[in-house]
Design a protein around this ligand. Structure first.
Ligand code: ZN
Length: 225
């Protein structure tokens, strides 16, 4: 699969289109304790895993949209991991060599709909897996980062700092998370792992201008339609 919902998304690595196919996005809920708290959710005992399909991916540079009539759409800023080779039932030390790139993504969430679905005990797929629900930045090479357990991420909206975090605060660190997922779900080359959002989630407003900042060195712009 080299195309997805918006029809023209390609992974970008080091500012160049990347040959890896576009696959699924495997995500984790409540991977930062402070975010679990802000939504009055318990801190989970093991990672909460869900999937966004390839059709939910769009370039971060495209205007952010969501289905109308379903209430608020929240931003969740997350470190994204581009998988470079098949990962199945591997250990944390084994998965390190299969990380092709590191970037930022938005786990767009129809929060009102998600709350309704959670109240009914139903899966929250419709709130998180709709077309365009996963805007992704380009990826940079993992060699750019000395320590995967010390990567900063920040989101500014209209210039104001709204989300800030560090992978050191993850309940399940990046390589452990990928290893955990791979015990159940095989990750293929071109799949993406979203690693959870720090605190500060909130609703978008039409026209919002976003700046996503990875490790204080890499900046990506985005805009709400
Ligand atoms: Zn999320």
């Amino acid at each position: 699969m080299s195309e997805c919902g918006s029809g023209h998304y390609r992974h970008v690595l080091n500012d160049a289109p990347c040959e890896l196919p576009v696959g699924k996005v495997v995500c984790v809920g409540r991977n930062y304790a402070a975010h679990a708290k802000e939504l009055n959710n318990p801190v989970p005992e093991s990672p909460i895993i869900f999937i966004k399909p390839a059709t939910s991916i769009q370039p971060l540079s495209e205007p952010i949209r969501w289905p109308g009539g379903l209430g608020s759409c929240h931003h969740e800023l997350e470190i994204s991991i581009l998988i470079g080779a098949r990962v199945t039932k591997q250990s944390a030390s084994e998965v390190v060599g299969h990380i092709a790139g590191i970037g930022l993504g938005l786990d767009l969430t129809l929060r009102d709909l998600q709350n309704q679905l959670k109240a009914k005990g139903q899966p929250w797929e419709l709130a998180k897996a709709f077309d365009g629900a996963c805007p992704l930045s380009g990826f940079v090479l993992p060699a750019e980062f000395r320590d995967l357990s010390n990567i900063q991420l920040a989101l500014r909206i209209n210039g104001e700092l709204r989300q800030q975090g560090n992978s050191s605060d993850m309940l399940t660190p990046i390589t452990e998370l990928i290893a955990y997922i791979s015990q159940y779900i095989t990750l293929e080359a071109g799949d993406v792992v979203l690693t959870g959002t720090p605190a500060g989630v909130g609703p978008f407003q039409s026209g919002d201008q976003l700046t996503l900042i990875l490790d204080e060195r890499f900046q990506f712009g985005a805009k709400v339609a």
